[in-house]
Design a protein around this ligand. Structure first.
Ligand SMILES: [Cu+2]
Length: 141
């Protein structure tokens, strides 16, 4: 029996080696949409590329960035985002973020949001972030 477990573990363990997230949180903008934020740190020796995000919690999850145009904050799709070894990339209000569209249920404080990050050559990373609606940003999404 122990041999079987040893054989199965590396598949998932290797995909995530050296990559971790900190400061993850999410909040709703309205009942149908919201955003998720986190710092993705690459402590491995492989070049990672944040290429996409998936979730069962919403119809769509996209990588967005916020930028100012003519005095207005606008959101546009972004990515893929390179995260070289030793680097980190911040998804934060008013900057890059995971946009959630078509939420199946509104994001309520205390709930947890499960996401899968597609990190290119670094594989896929399952993360869970808490919903904190009161953590309001300065501007944008
Ligand atoms: Cu957005």
């Amino acid at each position: 029996m122990p041999a079987l477990i040893v054989c199965m573990l590396p598949l998932t363990a290797m995909a995530q080696e050296g990559v971790r997230i900190t400061d993850g949180h999410a909040r709703g903008a309205n009942p149908k949409s919201g955003a998720a934020y986190m710092v993705i740190r690459n402590d491995g020796d492989r070049a990672c590329t944040l290429s996409g995000v998936e979730t069962d919690a919403a119809a769509r999850a996209e990588l967005h960035t916020s930028r100012e145009e003519n005095g207005l904050m606008r959101m546009v799709r972004t990515g893929p985002v390179p995260i070289p070894p030793g680097a980190s990339h911040e998804l934060a209000p008013g900057r890059d973020h995971v946009m959630l569209m078509g939420l199946k249920t509104p994001l309520r404080d205390g709930a947890e949001l499960a996401l899968t990050l597609d990190l290119g050559a670094c594989g896929r990373l399952d993360v869970t972030v808490p919903v904190v609606n009161t953590r309001l940003p300065a501007r944008g999404d």
